[in-house]
Design a protein around this ligand. Structure first.
Ligand code: SAM
Length: 395
């Protein structure tokens, strides 16, 4: 399977949770004895240990603070650092949104509109905490984390607690973000929002269904597409995330491909037309939730992300936001590359110009990644929006 090849190109990404520990402390404990290297290729290189044991290598990521990549296949899940929330398994690309949002103390409260399982919520908390160690006791900067699904809200609540960020995170348990009233008094100081809504999940490693439809023209991965073997071999096991393993029947497997979204839901996609309809439905939801987020009265910055590589869910949504009545009326615009935090400014893989109506500045402002492109990350998209505050009209 193509997915097995993809997995071989991804190291284990570990975010050091600075609410509970430091990179230095982890290098001295959990990662003691690891060989420090400087490139992803070195992390992924086969072991050359003559004794046959696994070589343990670690790379301190040059783009995202407090993130490391380690040799695959080392079980860290039984370490004290993992069980106590000092280290969190999180793909590098999944760290882009909170880092790009860069919530500052003067930005006030922060919203995570689609929060479970909580990787980005807890990353936001760590960033706020680093800027303001008195953050927890002062109650001066809160994070509102909404999650519509009750089961996933439980996971979110657990993760927030393990990460040590429960003191200042308010979990909107089972709460639909679209139903939240932005003019509510408790949201008056919300200055920064992170939106990571449901998407097709086409960037997730191991989700290789219909890859010939997944790769947009112009992306570095285009040209290496392989057709799905629709008739031969074993039917794929699907929906592992939900513990509902189901095998497609032979007929289904022969004629269809299954698209599994980022929450593990499956959709049988028989044709390019089916895929397009599914992507349009997702894009409609993504735009709706984004436009809602833009109405928070004090909001000044926002990041939008997906783990999809489809332009329909990415640049096209960004363009629709920029053309929207609400963005024009409230003065929202794209966060230019030159305005981004250093690691994101330096990240080389950018948006697709042809998907931005030829607008080079918007394309350059968009941040992308593709699985299998040599950077060792999953397929991802993120864009930032900012509001200069000159248009503070009554909503
Ligand atoms: N940001 C999360 C993280 O990094 O751990 C992953 C978020 S996942 C891509 C999208 C989440 O949004 C799902 O848990 C889904 O249940 C939730 N969701 C979808 N629609 C929502 C809505 N209208 N309001 C709140 N949450 C929603």
């Amino acid at each position: 399977r193509a997915a097995a090849g993809e997995e071989a190109q991804i190291p284990r990404w570990v975010r050091i949770n600075t609410i509970k520990t430091t990179v230095e402390e982890q290098l001295d404990t959990t990662f003691k004895g690891y060989e420090q290297v400087t490139t992803i290729d070195e992390v992924l290189a086969p072991s050359t240990n003559p004794a046959g044991g696994k070589q343990r290598r670690i790379l301190i990521d040059p783009h995202i603070p407090n993130l490391v990549a380690i040799t695959q296949g080392i079980d860290l899940s039984k370490t004290e650092a993992y069980s106590s929330g000092k280290i969190i398994f999180q793909d590098k690309a999944s760290c882009f949104p909170a880092y790009l949002l860069d919530p500052l103390p003067e930005d006030g409260d922060v919203v995570d509109g689609c929060a479970a399982p909580g990787n980005k919520t807890t990353h936001l908390a760590a960033i706020c905490h680093a800027r303001r160690p008195d953050f927890e006791t002062q109650e001066s900067q809160k994070i509102f984390a909404f999650e519509k699904d009750k089961r996933r809200s439980q996971t979110l609540t657990k993760m927030v607690k393990i990460a040590g960020s429960q003191g200042w995170t308010r979990v909107g348990f089972g709460q639909d973000f679209c139903q939240v009233d932005p003019t509510g008094e408790q949201f008056a100081k919300v200055g920064a929002l992170l939106l990571d809504p449901s998407c097709s999940g086409s960037g997730i490693v191991g989700r290789d269904t219909m890859p010939e439809l997944h790769v947009p023209e112009g992306s570095p991965a285009a040209g290496s597409n392989k057709k799905v073997d629709k008739g031969k071999g074993k039917a794929p096991q699907i929906n592992e995330d939900k513990g509902k393993k189901r095998k497609l029947d032979a007929n289904e497997a022969a004629q269809s491909s299954v698209m599994i979204d980022d929450e593990g839901n499956e959709t049988v996609v028989n044709s390019e037309k089916d895929l397009e309809a599914r992507l349009q439905a997702l894009a409609g939801f993504q735009l709706k939730i984004l436009l809602h987020a833009l109405t928070f009265p004090a909001a000044k910055k926002l990041t939008y992300s997906t783990c999809s590589i489809h332009s329909q869910e990415n640049e096209h949504v960004v363009m629709k936001v920029l053309e929207s009545e609400i963005a024009t009326r409230r003065g929202w615009r794209i966060m230019k590359r030159s305005e981004q935090v250093r690691g994101m400014r330096d990240w080389p893989v950018r948006g697709l110009k042809e998907s931005c109506g030829g607008d080079t500045e918007v394309a350059d402002a968009c941040i992308r990644s593709y699985k299998g492109d040599g950077y060792g990350v999953m397929g991802f998209f993120v864009a930032g929006f900012v509001r200069d505050g000159s248009k503070d009209e009554e909503m």
